[in-house]
Every structure is written in C-alpha cells, then in structure tokens.
Design a protein around this ligand. Structure first.
Ligand code: T1G
Length: 698
C-alpha cells in the first residue's frame, strides 16, 4: 500500500487500486507502487488472482505527461516493466476498467490477461494527440487484441472510444460493477498472454500493401504532422517482427518522437486547452450565473450559427429579427444547416427536430424579458449596437448577461449605452459560429467577475474553447490578423503574387493563406471594417490596403461574387486571375514601387513574425493575459498549425533573437513603419529569455 496504490483482498483476489487524482496518471510513484503490489500479490499464496482498477472517474489516463521532457527518475521501474510484470504473473490478472483507459493506461490493461470495462468508459491510445506514438507496447499489443486495421484506426486517429463501441477483442466483458465482474472472471479463467498470440495478425500479413494504402489515405487529414505517420510505421512492426523485436523498435520511434518540436507543441496545446479556462483575473471562488435560456438578436449567418450552439447544448433560445421575412430567412438557413448534417448522416432527423424545437423566432424584444443571456449579433456598426443595447437594457431581466458578438468594436462604448455595464461582455464567435471551436470573450473595463465567469462557462456549455481578452481594436485575434494580413498585402504590392503568398502560408501549415481566406470571409466585410476604422482613426497611406479596396470597388467580394483575389467556378474551385495581377502592377506603379522577386522564406517570416510581434505587444499591454491565450485563439480561431503549438509557443521554438534580427532586417529594407519590434519581444531577445520564462517569472 502506498499513497497512490491501494490494495484489498476479496474472495482470494487481490484488488489493486491506482489512486492518483484527478485521473490516475502513471507517475513515478504509481509505477513504483504498482510494481511492488504485483510482486507481493504474485508471492502471496493466499492470493489466487489479481484485479487492477482505478479510483475516481478514470481507470488510468496514461503516462504522467508532466514528466515528459524531464530526465527519467532513477531506480524507478518504467511502464514497460510494469506491463511485463503484469503479463508474466502466473495468476490470472484482470483489468477492471471503471473509467478512461488512455495511452499507457490502456497499455497496462492490454498487459493484463483479461479486461472488463464499464460500457461508458473510454478506451484508446491517443498519444498521437501529444505528437508521439504509444511507447509502452501499445502498437504491438492493440493489433494482437483487435486486429491490425482496427488498431491502425484507433492509434493514428488518437480517438477514445466508449467500451460499448470498441472493436471486438478489446474488452472481454462489459459491466456496471467492473470490480465485481472482474473478480468473478479472474477466479474462472486461466492465464492468457496477449504478447504470445499473433492470431489476429494473420489477416494483415496476407495483405502486403495494407500500410502503403493506409498512408495514401492520410495525406489530406494529417498534412504537416509527423506523429500519425510514425504511428503507422510502429504498427507495421507487428507484421514484420516478433513481439520482442517489435516493442524494442517501437521504443526507438517513441523516443525519437519525444524529441521533436511537434511533441513539444502538442503537449503545450494539451495543457493550454485546459489552463485557458482558468482566467487569472477572475478569482477562483467566483461562480458563473446559470444559463438555462438564451436570446440572440439578429438571425443572419452569425446569429443563426450562435443560436444553433445553444440548441445543440439543449438550451432553449429565442432569435429576434426586425421583421417576419428576415426571421423566416434566418430560421430557414438554420433548418438548411441541420438538414445538411442529417443528409451527411451525422445527425438523426429526430435530433434535428429536437434542436429546432428549442429555437423560437420572434420580432418582439418582449421575448427577451426572461433569457439568462442575450447575445447581439447584428452587422458591425457602433451606433446600431449602442441603440440595440439601450433597448435591451429596458427589457432584459436583472442579472441577465448582455453580450455582443462584435469582432472589433469597443465593448466599453457598447456597455456605456446601458445602465448595467457590469453585465455587459463581448462574446466574439467565429464564422461558421456553430462549427468554429473558438469563443473570444472580451472583458470590458466595467464587466464584473461574475459576468466574465459566465461568459467562460458559456464556452464550456456550448463546447467551445473560451479565451478571455481585454478591449482594444480587433481584440487579440483580429488585431494580430491585421498585422499578418497587412504584411501579406505589402508583399503583393512589392512583388509576390497572391497565390504565391497563399501557397507559402499553406505550406507553413495553415488550412489556407490570407487571400483565399479573405475571399471566403468576403472582401466586403474587410472593406467595411477598414472603412469604419479609417473614419475613426485615419492611418498612413500604406495602411490603405489599396489593392483590396480596388477589388471591392470593382464588386469583387470573393467567393460570394465568383471573383475576388481569385476567380471561382461554379464548384468554387479557384484560379489566379490575370486581371488581379494587372491591378496589382498598376497600384505598384501608382505607388512608384519597383516590384521584385520575393522568396517564400521572406513571406513566411514577415507574415508570421508580424503576428508574433503584435502578440508580444498585446501581452505587454495586458490585453492578452498569457501566451497560451494567444496560442489557443490562433489555433482554434484562425487555423494556426496545431503541431507548432501556437504563434507564441512557436516563437520561443524559433528563438526570439532570430525574430528580432529578422524584424530589424525587414524594417531596414522594406518596411519601416509596421515591423517595429514590440518592446517586450526586444527586451526578452536581448536578455536571452523566452515568453515561457517571462510567464513563469510573473
Ligand atoms: N498526465 C498528466 N496530467 C493529466 C493526464 C496525464 N496523462 N491526463 C489528464 N491530466 C490532467 C489534466 O491536465 C487536468 O489537469 C486533469 O488531469 C483533468 O484532466 C507510454 C507515452 C483521461 C480523457 O493522452 O485525454 O501514456 O487542468 O480535464 O475531462 O504510451 O484527461 O485539472 O490541472 O482532461 O475527465 C496518454 C490524456 C499519455 C490522455 C479525462 N494519455 N488525458 O478527461 O479530465 S502519453 C492521454 C485525457 C502515454 C505511453 C504514453 C483526459 C481524460 P488540470 P481533464 P477529463
């Protein structure tokens, strides 16, 4: 018995319980305690069999990820030794899987002779989501339990599957009382060792091209990732080698993956996704208000998508439009969206009907008297939004959270249009709002802790990654986007073709480049934002985004008009347009600029270093509280490649002195105004520090 390992005997069966809250990660203490408990049970003549289970909501969540990247503890058994000891037992060993069995947790269960699982327990080897492969025999044991093809699917996709839906061979029995069932099974079954059973490998051995075929199907989904391919390479070992050689080679691949930037980036994302929900400026004890019902003002593309989030989460929502025609159009769009999902087999008709039943349309603000939260989602105009909040202030119940979906406008100015600015917050959704994972919550100067906490709770309730930021023009996401897309526009004026810039950014890992993205979002949207901003804060000429403005004035709004930066055919396939190239030449001539050949490296550096630089400025101003907030915003809202960990994490990987040096280089040669290094970045670079060490010292 140790702090993290509890044992008890039941009908002659030694029940070993791993108790390392919150999810029984396999820390050094767990490995030590487990090894001792197995040895003791094996040696104790009173013990006829062994059952292994977990305390709390998980069975075992895998190796302790916090130990990764650190030197291994000396004199402590490693996980493979634990697994070998379990399998070698001469007494039957049964895993009683009470909850999540993930990574090393499932590898341990596969080391046991049998597995009993709770139907709702999730099982899987999700190491690929940490930029690595299962490293404790999982790539050799899982194929032996469920066959090679099912194992490939589970390991390459890193999915956790409820036991009731797992491939046959993984769980021997399903039961509510897993320990009870496991004890009975352990007393009735002989020892059985998976490592000695190759029967399920035969099918794959008979299909020589299986792995190459599988790799071909991965290109689109895993573009830029390495670990998924390493997973295939490891599983393939089980048809090429025997078990012992297979696990030795698995280990080599695992250790290689652990040293890669992808693994560091993905680990950072794993912990940041959890940490981002804890906002430093909100005291832990502050509880969110209840969200039992909602209202949405405006049923356009954004309003409709926002309403769907509430319905998807089972929360009744009222959508308001100015008139019946607009309302019917908006509700029609929602219905069409759901019908599309049903058609693609991703939702049942019954589920669609239930969600539509939760969405009520209205043209009267009186229907906003009861909702716990109301989100305004009308087009970007400050005066209109102030007017709406003035009206809302008169009807919404006391304590209701009044939220605005603005993507750039001043939340404080909107809040000032009410008598209760403490209840006003920004909830910036990303289009399509029912799909995009990010919710950028914006805390105004007078937003209360409780209102802010409720906005974060909203994100959790509608299954979004919520990030809290402060008020400034464009908040965090869009302000950084301006800096990045501005460089992209300059690069086009200076000599690069839009398609060259897009390709370079696509190859860097984004799903698409800035010009394809603005054609998707609509050049009219960008033009309105720039127009609104120019009226409020006139800027220098170069900021004018001249080419984009001209395209707008030519009625080229992007995909929606079949023309933008690109030409689009009826299937929305895009192609470069010589008319755009000619327009760019003309603008450059008007600006007296000689265009030059531009290398892809310069494109990536100027665009991505501008992004990082603006991020550093936002951290310095406190608009973004932590680097992880920025990383989560850019990964879940703007498609920054996940395997790079996010722009700020990536900047530390590149090295701040290099970024400073390149910013100064480009400033000198091409861009005096807009690439001035942020003081924080310059200081950290000069002092040989990183954003990570800066965060740790705060
Ligand atoms: N190590 C360390 N901490 C962990 C952890 C782990 N494996 N899993 C979770 N935590 C922390 C998490 O950060 C959070 O902390 C708290 O536990 C609750 O987590 C050799 C190499 C199991 C499905 O990838 O997917 O084994 O934020 O909020 O929603 O082959 O946690 O409270 O401070 O997610 O109930 C492989 C990772 C490891 C599974 C439970 N395992 N975990 O979900 O809780 S690598 C994984 C999960 C490995 C071997 C290899 C989920 C869960 P905090 P939570 P949950």
């Amino acid at each position: 018995m140790t702090d993290v390992i509890k044992t008890a005997d039941r009908d002659g069966v030694r029940v070993i319980t791993i108790d390392n809250a919150p999810v029984n990660a396999i820390s050094a203490a767990v490995r030590t305690g487990l090894q001792a408990a197995i040895k003791a049970a094996e040696a104790d003549p009173k013990v006829k069999a062994i059952v292994l289970t977990g305390a709390g909501r998980a069975f075992i969540a895998g190796a302790d990820i916090r130990e990764f990247g650190k030197p291994p503890a000396v004199g402590v058994p490693n996980l493979r030794e634990n697994i070998a000891a379990l399998e070698a037992c001469t007494k039957p060993v049964v895993a009683a899987i009470n909850g999540a069995a993930a990574g090393g947790g499932l590898e341990i269960a596969l080391g046991c002779h049998y597995r009993v699982a709770h139907p709702k327990a999730v099982l899987g080897l999700p190491e690929v989501n940490l930029g690595t492969i299962p490293g404790a025999t999982g790539t050799q044991r899982l194929p032996r339990a469920v066959g090679v093809e099912a194992a490939l699917e589970m390991i390459v996709n890193g999915v956790l599957i409820p036991a009731a839906k797992c491939p046959p061979g993984l769980a021997d029995e399903l039961a509510e009382d897993v320990v009870g069932k496991a004890v009975a099974l352990a007393l009735s079954k002989p020892v059985r060792r998976l490592s000695e059973d190759d029967s399920k490998l035969a099918a794959a051995k008979a299909k020589p091209g299986l792995f190459d075929e599988y790799r071909k199907g991965m290109a689109r989904r895993f573009r830029g990732f390495t670990a998924p391919y390493k997973c295939v390479e490891a599983v393939e070992l089980c048809v090429k080698y025997g078990y012992a050689e297979g696990i030795a080679k698995e280990r080599e691949i695992f250790l290689w993956c652990q040293e890669q930037p992808e693994a560091r980036g993905m680990r950072h994302v794993f912990f940041s996704e959890r940490e981002v929900a804890r906002v430093p400026s909100i005291p832990k004890e502050v509880k969110p208000r209840e969200i039992r019902s909602a209202g949405v003002i405006g049923c356009g593309t954004m309003g409709g998508g926002i309403a769907m989030n509430f319905a998807n989460a089972g929360i009744p929502v009222t959508v308001i439009e100015n008139d019946a025609a607009a309302l019917e159009k908006g509700l029609g769009l929602i219905r069409k969206n759901y019908a599309g999902t049903v058609e693609r087999g991703r939702m049942t008709q019954d589920a669609m009907d239930k969600r539509m039943a939760l969405i009520k349309g209205s043209t009267s603000y009186d229907d906003l008297k009861t909702p716990d939260i109301v989100i305004e989602a009308v087009f970007e105009n400050l005066d209109l939004k102030k007017q709406i909040f003035g009206r809302l202030d008169k009807v919404a119940k006391p304590g209701a959270v009044l939220a605005t979906n603005t993507s750039t406008l001043d939340v404080d100015a909107i809040a000032a249009a009410t008598s209760r600015p403490q209840d006003v917050v920004g909830t910036h959704f990303f289009s399509p709002a029912n799909v995009m994972k990010l919710l950028e919550n914006v805390r105004g100067a007078r937003t209360s802790d409780e209102t802010a906490q409720t906005a974060m709770e909203l994100a959790r309730r509608i299954n979004k990654v919520g990030v809290m930021v402060g008020v400034c023009d464009g908040f965090v996401g869009n302000r950084m986007l301006y800096a990045y897309s501005r460089q992209a526009s300059f690069l086009v004026e200076e000599g690069a073709a839009p398609e060259q810039v897009d390709k370079a950014i696509y190859d860097f890992g984004f799903p698409m480049g800035p010009f394809q993205m603005s054609d998707l979002a609509g050049l009219d949207v960008g033009y309105m934002v720039r127009k609104e901003r120019k009226e409020r804060a006139p800027t220098n000429l170069r900021y004018a985004n001249t080419v984009a403005d001209r395209l707008y004035e030519m009625g080229r709004y992007g995909q929606k008009t079949g023309k933008g930066w690109y030409l689009y055919d009826a299937q929305r396939n895009r192609s470069a347009d010589p008319a755009v190239a000619a327009l760019i030449e003309q603008v450059a001539k008007e600006q007296g600029r000689a265009r030059r050949a531009i290398a892809n490296d310069e494109i990536v550096e100027r665009c991505m270093y501008a992004l990082v630089n603006e991020g550093a400025q936002l951290l310095d101003e406190g608009i973004a509280a932590r680097p992880l907030d920025i990383d989560m915003i850019w990964i879940f809202g703007y498609g920054f490649p996940r395997y790079r960990g996010g722009p700020i994490f990536w900047a530390d990987e590149v090295g701040l002195p290099r970024i400073l040096d390149r910013l100064n280089h480009y400033r000198q040669h091409h861009d005096r105004d807009w690439l001035e290094p942020a003081p924080l970045l310059a200081r950290l670079a000069r002092e040989g520090r990183t954003f990570k060490s800066w965060t740790a010292e705060r």
